[in-house]
Design a protein around this ligand. Sequence first.
Ligand SMILES: Nc1ncnc2c1ncn2[C@@H]1O[C@H](COP(=O)(O)OP(=O)(O)OP(=O)(O)O)[C@@H](O)[C@H]1O
Ligand SMILES: [Mg+2]
Length: 224
Amino acid sequence: MSHIGLRYGNGPEILKDINFTLQPGSMQFLTGPSGAGKTSLLKLIYLALQPNRGFIHLFGQDVSISSRDELALLRRKIGVVFQGFGLLGHLSVFENVALPLRVTGKKHDDYKDDVKDLLQWVGLGKSLDVSPDTLSGGEKQRVAIARAVVAKPDLLIADEPTGNVDLQMGKRLMRLFLELNRLGSTVLIASHDLSLIRSVSADVYTIEEGALSLNPAKRPRGKK
Ligand SMILES: Nc1ncnc2c1ncn2[C@@H]1O[C@H](COP(=O)(O)OP(=O)(O)OP(=O)(O)O)[C@@H](O)[C@H]1O
Ligand SMILES: [Mg+2]
């Protein structure tokens, strides 16, 4: 994205002249104080918001001149973990996670074992058939993460994906993101969690006062 500016209504400009490129296959963190604009920047990338100025190219395509159908296809390449999770209460945990596979036309028998394995991995193997409405915040977060990664999206965007879980589970979820990245997905994670950020080798972007700055990849501590 280049020269991006964003404001809500007549409010102040939240993002000012943001220039940002996600290298395909890279792993990047986005950090910054609460209210700095992390969620807003992610929404621009997954096309839930339009900028007031500037250009966004997604998978090489200028989204401002793309048709609705083209945008819908682009969105299918992106897995998103929202800050508010965005789970569907009238579907079971299993059905929520299977949704991205169903919309691409996959058959239940072909994906059911993968979905069960993934839910097992995030510690929800016993909650397949319940509504996400009955789960705790951390459990909902894990369902949202499973749904975002299940179709191995080209781009994974996660907004505070470990905000509601304990350290142990946070590390486990991080391993899931790393594995997805290893398989070729580009991963962008907004997080306040410095211990999480320091635990992996990734570029760290910081938003502050509407501007973005980069701290280049750091080596995980304790490793050469
Ligand atoms: N829908 C909206 N309408 C008006 N203002 C908004 C809206 N969404 C966000 N804002 C404002 O934009 C600014 C950036 O919000 P944003 O949610 O992007 O921050 P953030 O960095 O994700 O914060 P946090 O770490 O608390 O999640 C804030 O000042 C917020 O009040
Ligand atoms: Mg946010």
